[in-house]
Design a protein. Structure first.
Length: 405
């Protein structure tokens, strides 16, 4: 099977049995995908606890009266997602993450295929079979699946085809039952510094499958919030941005203002496009959503309308963003340095307060005054000792994290 034929919308007609793969091979693949990796599960559970619980708990012992401390706690919780993801999928290291989001009918996969100049992704998938999929530049073509059991599984195109069609049709198993993420590496992917993410769409009007819709929406939100840059695809069937789009965008924690793309713009007049884009902008402004622009695009014709180059410029900006491509270990070290500065500043301040108290104890002749000074000195000394212990515990957690591969 050619790599370009991956995820075709129909099962090839020359397949006689229940599976694109031989039945035994399909079952063997299922066993590989469902295999437990207890060591990895413990490994990543500890990573998450360290970044999401242990370190924030150490920082927050002082009731977080300092805004810098609150920001540091939030920074560690944000970092935890990227740190764990890079540990799970080394192909994402030193990449700027650009996510493409939108409703199920927004045409995300076709948009990405057009943008990259190659049919990497399936179009017309069932909502329940979609999984977050990264596209990266890689010397040799490969497909890596990351499973629900914390295991990396290399796949052939035929195997992924089998998961996409047969396991769902024959066994009722969707992608999300087995896989959490997929990374497709291709040597002709045009941006070496970028990992382009296709997220699951969701159908806000699908009440019949509300559970699946909410799950897909949750997965999409988690992944897009983790991205450095977000491209949001929308259609304008009634001339305006859907309320579900606005609600979803409002729920994201964006690192940079997003780019909103009016997709499927072919067939609309220039006046229509101007009107729709202005309506989109008014809606985004009224909702308080940070965006860098709104542009019209046709994935079918590979055309950005009204003479705009916003899409190209957005991708180039992401590709050149060195901070976004920083290795998570370097970011962890930066946060450690910030914590140490704050911790040291508090200890220095308490030592400065204790210096005149100590002199007062030596010089005073009043037992009552000396007693109150000793109590104050002891309290400050106890706080200094607590800060020293916090610093030691904090650095120990960082050292453990830096040892993870």
């Amino acid at each position: 099977m050619d790599f370009d034929d991956l995820f075709t919308d129909e099962i090839p007609p020359d397949i006689a049995g229940d599976s694109i793969l031989e039945k035994d091979s399909a079952l063997a693949l299922l066993l590989r995908l469902y295999a437990n990796n207890t060591q990895n599960q413990k490994h990543f559970a500890h990573l998450r606890r360290s970044l999401q619980e242990y370190l924030p708990e150490i920082i927050s012992r002082d009731a977080l009266t300092d805004e810098r401390e609150r920001n540091l706690v939030n920074a560690f919780r944000t970092l935890s997602v990227k740190f764990v993801e890079q540990a799970q999928l080394p192909q994402l290291k030193n990449k700027c993450l650009v996510g493409v989001g939108g409703r199920f009918s927004a045409g995300k996969s076709q948009f990405i295929n057009t943008l990259t100049g190659r049919r990497h992704l399936p179009t017309g998938q069932r909502p329940t079979t979609a999984v977050a999929t990264y596209l990266v530049s890689q010397e040799c073509p490969s497909i890596t699946a990351y499973t629900a059991n914390e295991t990396r599984v290399p796949l052939e195109a035929e195997e992924l085809e089998s998961i996409a069609h047969v396991f769902f049709d024959s066994y009722g198993l969707g992608f999300s039952d087995i896989l959490k993420k997929i990374v497709i590496g291709q040597p002709d992917f045009p941006w070496p510094n970028i990992a382009l993410l296709d997220t699951p769409g969701y159908n806000n009007d699908d009440e019949e499958n509300r559970g699946d819709r909410l799950f897909d929406e949750k997965i999409a939100r988690e992944h897009l919030s983790n991205c450095d840059y977000v491209i949001w695809l929308a259609t304008a069937d009634n001339g305006s941005l859907g309320q579900s789009d606005i609600t979803f965008l409002h729920s994201l924690h964006l690192s940079h203002p997003c780019l909103v793309v009016l997709n499927k713009a072919d067939g609309k007049t220039t006046d229509d496009l101007h009107c729709i884009i202005n309506t989109f902008k008014d809606q985004l402004d009224n909702a308080g959503i940070a965006y860098c622009g709104v542009t019209a695009f046709s994935s079918t014709l590979n055309t950005e309308y009204l003479g705009a180059t916003l899409l190209h410029d957005f991708i180039i900006q992401a590709s050149n963003d060195q901070q976004a491509r920083q290795d998570m270990r370097q970011e962890l070290l930066s946060l450690q340095a910030e914590w140490q500065r704050m911790n040291r500043h508090k200890r220095d301040a308490l030592n400065q307060i204790n210096a005149p108290i100590k002199r007062g104890i030596v010089k005073s002749e009043s037992p009552q005054y000396i007693r109150s000074l000793v109590e104050a000195y002891s309290l400050n000394h106890s706080q200094i000792a607590d800060l020293t212990r916090q610093n030691k515990a904090f650095n120990l957690q960082i050292e453990k994290l830096l040892k993870y591969e």
